[in-house]
Design a protein around this ligand. Structure first.
Ligand code: DQQ
Length: 568
C-alpha cells in the first residue's frame, strides 16, 4: 500500500512531468497576465518571477540538457533584502520553471546576503557554485556550494561546503570590496583560475586566484588587470572568443586564433576590453582601448543593463549572456507593483569578423514566440514622414528594420573621439531635424504621440569616415513625471555608404531592447507609459531628416508570451 507521502510524491512527479511536456510544447499552464490593467509593466517574454525583487543574474549554466539561471532574489518583498539565489530552469532559454531558492542567507559566512557568483562545470561533469557571502560582520567572503544530488535532473537542492568561507578579505583587500567570483578556467599547468572584483589602492581590480583542488585558492601577486581610471569593479567575466562563425568557446579553451574578453561592471555600466591572454604567465594584454581612456569605450549595452554574466552553452556551442535590467521608477512604485527588476532576453555573444569588438543577438530560440507578421519592403520615407505599422501587438513585438541611404554629401562633421554619443543624442533629440536623420522607430507610442520611445539613427561625417549615431530616447516615453527619462546613445562602426543600417527592437511592455548594426551596439531602455499600454500602444517608423531614406525591409511580429511557471 502507498503511504500518503508516497502518493503525494507520485502526484508531484506526475504534475511536474506534465508541466515539462506543456512547457516544452509551448502550452501555457500559469503565469500572471501582463495585460491586466493593474500590471501594465509586467513583461510577456522577458524573465521575471511572479513577484518580488531580483537583481544580478548569477551562475548561468547548461548541464545535462537543462539551462539553469540563478539570480539575486528577495523571496519576501519587492525591495532589496534577504538576498538569496533564486533558481529557475529551462529547456529552451524562453520558457522557465521557477524552483525554490538554491542558496539562502543562513550561515555566519552569508547571513547578510548570498551575493553574486558563478558556476563552473568541473570534470565529471560536476557543477559547483562560487559565490560571495556578506558575513555576520558584513565582510565579503567567498564560498563554495554544490548540488546535493547530481542525479536530480533539475539540481534543485544545493549544499554549502562545510569548509566555508573559502576566502576572506585580507592584506590590502577591504572587507566591503571583495566580491563576485568568476567562472573558473584551467591553465596549462592544470590549475584552476578565477578572478574576483575588487578595488585596491583606489583602482578597480580583477584579483586573480589559483587552485589545484577548488577548495584552496592562492592569490596571485599580480591581478589579472586593473585600472587607475575607475573605482571598484563588480561582476568580472573573463572568457575566450574567436571570430568567423558566431560560435562561442568554453572558458578554458586556448588557441592561436583566440582573443580574451574582460568585462567588468562599474558606474552602472558593463564595460569590456579585448586582449591577448598568456595562460602560462597569466598575462592579459589589452588590444582595444583600455577602460575609460576614450568616449568610444565599448559597453555590452549603452542603456540600462548591469552585472551581466555569460556562460558557455555546450549543446549549441555558443556563449550566452544575461544582464540585470533594473527599474526606472521609484521604490514606492515597486511596492505598489509588488516586484522590481528584469533579466534581459538572453543574447549570444561573439567576436566581430574584424576582431575589434563583440556582437550580440537575441538567442535564436526567441523565434518560437513570433506570431503574426507584417512585412514591408523598399519603402521610401520622405523627409518628415511618419508611417504607422498596423496589425501587430505593438506592446509585445519583435521588429527588424533596415534603412539605406544614397547621396551622402554635405554631412555635418563631428569627431567621435571627443564627442560623447549619449550627450549628442540628448542635444540632437528626435525633434531636431538633420540631413540624414533622425530616422528610426517610435515605440510604445500613444495615439496622439504624446508618449513615444524613439529609437533612431543620425549620420555624421568623422575625420576619416562616416559615423552612425544610434539613440534610444525615453524623454517622451511617459506622461508620468517621476520616472527615469534618460536618453542613451552609441556610435555604430558601419559604413552607410556601402552598408544598410539595421535595427532590431524587442518591445515588451516596459522594456525596449535594441540592437543596432546587427548587434554591434545594444541599448536597453525601461519605460512606463501611462497611455501607450497593452492594446493602446502603437508602432511607427519615421524620418525626421531633410533627405529621404529608404526602408529596405521591415519585418515586425507580434510575440507570444513565454511561460514562467512556479513549481515546488
Ligand atoms: N550586486 C551584488 C553584488 C554585485 C552587485 C549583490 C552588482 O555581488 O557586486 O546583490 O549589482
Amino acid at each position: 500500500m502507498c503511504s500518503e507521502r508516497r502518493v503525494k510524491e507520485i502526484l508531484g512527479i506526475w504534475v511536474l512531468s506534465l508541466c515539462l511536456v506543456w512547457v516544452q510544447n509551448g502550452v501555457g499552464v500559469h503565469s500572471s497576465s501582463p495585460t491586466e490593467e493593474s500590471q501594465p509593466y509586467r513583461t510577456g517574454f522577458h524573465f521575471q518571477p511572479p513577484k518580488n525583487w531580483i537583481n544580478d543574474p548569477n551562475g548561468p549554466m547548461y548541464f545535462n540538457g537543462v539551462y539553469h539561471l540563478f539570480y539575486q532574489y528577495n523571496p519576501y518583498g519587492p525591495l532589496w533584502g534577504n538576498i538569496s539565489w533564486g533558481h529557475s530552469i529551462s529547456y529552451d532559454l524562453v520558457n522557465w520553471f521557477l524552483l525554490e531558492p538554491a542558496l539562502s542567507p543562513k550561515e555566519p559566512y552569508d547571513i547578510n546576503g548570498c551575493l553574486s557568483g558563478s558556476a563552473t562545470i568541473l570534470p565529471g561533469p560536476r557543477p559547483i557554485i562560487l559565490y560571495t557571502g556578506q558575513d555576520v560582520n558584513n565582510s565579503q567572503v567567498q564560498n563554495l556550494a554544490f548540488p546535493k544530488n547530481l542525479s536530480d535532473p533539475l539540481l534543485k537542492e544545493w549544499i554549502k561546503w562545510s569548509g566555508n568561507p573559502l576566502l576572506t578579505p585580507v592584506d590590502d583587500i577591504k572587507a566591503g570590496q571583495f566580491r563576485d567570483p568568476s567562472t573558473a578556467w584551467m591553465g596549462p599547468d592544470g590549475k584552476w583560475r578565477i578572478v574576483i572584483g575588487s578595488e585596491i589602492d583606489g583602482h578597480g581590480t580583477a584579483l586573480l586566484y589559483r587552485s589545484t583542488n577548488g577548495t584552496k585558492w592562492i592569490r596571485s601577486k599580480k591581478p589579472l588587470h586593473f585600472s587607475s581610471k575607475t573605482g571598484m569593479w563588480e561582476c568580472p567575466d573573463f572568457y575566450p572568443v574567436t571570430n568567423g562563425d558566431k560560435k562561442g568557446l568554453d572558458t578554458s579553451v586556448q588557441g592561436n586564433n583566440t582573443l580574451h574578453v574582460l568585462k567588468v561592471s562599474f558606474n552602472s555600466r558593463e564595460y569590456y576590453v579585448i586582449g591577448t591572454y598568456d595562460p602560462i604567465k597569466d598575462k592579459f594584454s589589452v588590444v582595444t582601448n583600455d577602460f575609460m581612456v576614450s568616449n568610444t569605450q565599448f559597453q555590452y549595452d549603452y542603456g540600462r543593463y548591469y552585472a551581466s554574466k555569460s556562460f558557455y552553452d555546450s549543446v549549441n556551442q555558443r556563449r550566452v549572456i544575461w544582464g540585470w535590467v533594473n527599474e526606472g521608477d521609484s521604490e514606492s512604485d515597486a511596492v505598489k507593483k509588488g516586484w522590481s527588476g528584469l533579466q534581459s532576453f538572453p543574447r549570444s555573444i561573439w567576436l566581430s569578423n574584424n576582431r575589434k569588438q563583440l556582437v550580440q543577438w537575441p538567442v535564436d530560440e526567441i523565434l518560437k514566440l513570433r506570431t503574426k507578421q507584417v512585412n514591408i519592403t523598399n519603402r521610401e520615407l520622405a523627409a518628415g514622414e511618419l508611417l504607422k505599422i498596423p496589425s501587430i501587438t505593438a506592446s509585445q513585438a519583435d521588429v527588424e528594420v533596415s534603412f539605406s541611404l544614397t547621396n551622402l554629401t554635405e554631412i555635418e562633421l563631428i569627431d567621435s573621439e571627443v564627442v560623447d554619443p549619449q550627450l549628442l543624442c540628448a542635444q540632437k533629440n528626435v525633434s531636431i531635424s538633420g540631413k540624414f536623420g533622425p530616422f528610426g522607430m517610435l515605440i510604445l507610442a500613444s495615439k496622439n504621440l504624446t508618449e513615444q520611445t524613439a529609437v533612431f539613427f543620425r549620420v555624421f561625417k568623422g575625420p576619416n569616415k562616416f559615423l552612425v549615431l544610434m539613440c534610444s530616447d525615453q524623454s517622451r516615453s511617459s506622461i508620468a513625471q517621476e520616472v527615469d527619462k534618460s536618453i542613451y546613445g552609441a556610435f555604430l562602426d558601419l559604413d552607410p555608404l556601402h552598408e544598410k543600417i539595421p535595427l532590431r527592437s524587442l518591445i515588451d511592455h516596459s522594456i525596449v531592447e535594441s540592437f543596432g548594426g546587427e548587434g554591434i551596439a545594444c541599448i536597453t531602455s525601461r519605460v512606463y507609459p501611462k497611455l501607450a499600454i497593452n492594446e493602446q500602444a502603437e508602432l511607427y517608423v519615421f524620418n525626421n531628416g531633410t533627405q529621404s531614406v529608404t526602408m529596405s525591409t521591415l519585418n515586425a511580429w507580434s510575440m507570444k508570451r513565454a511561460q514562467i511557471v512556479p513549481i515546488g
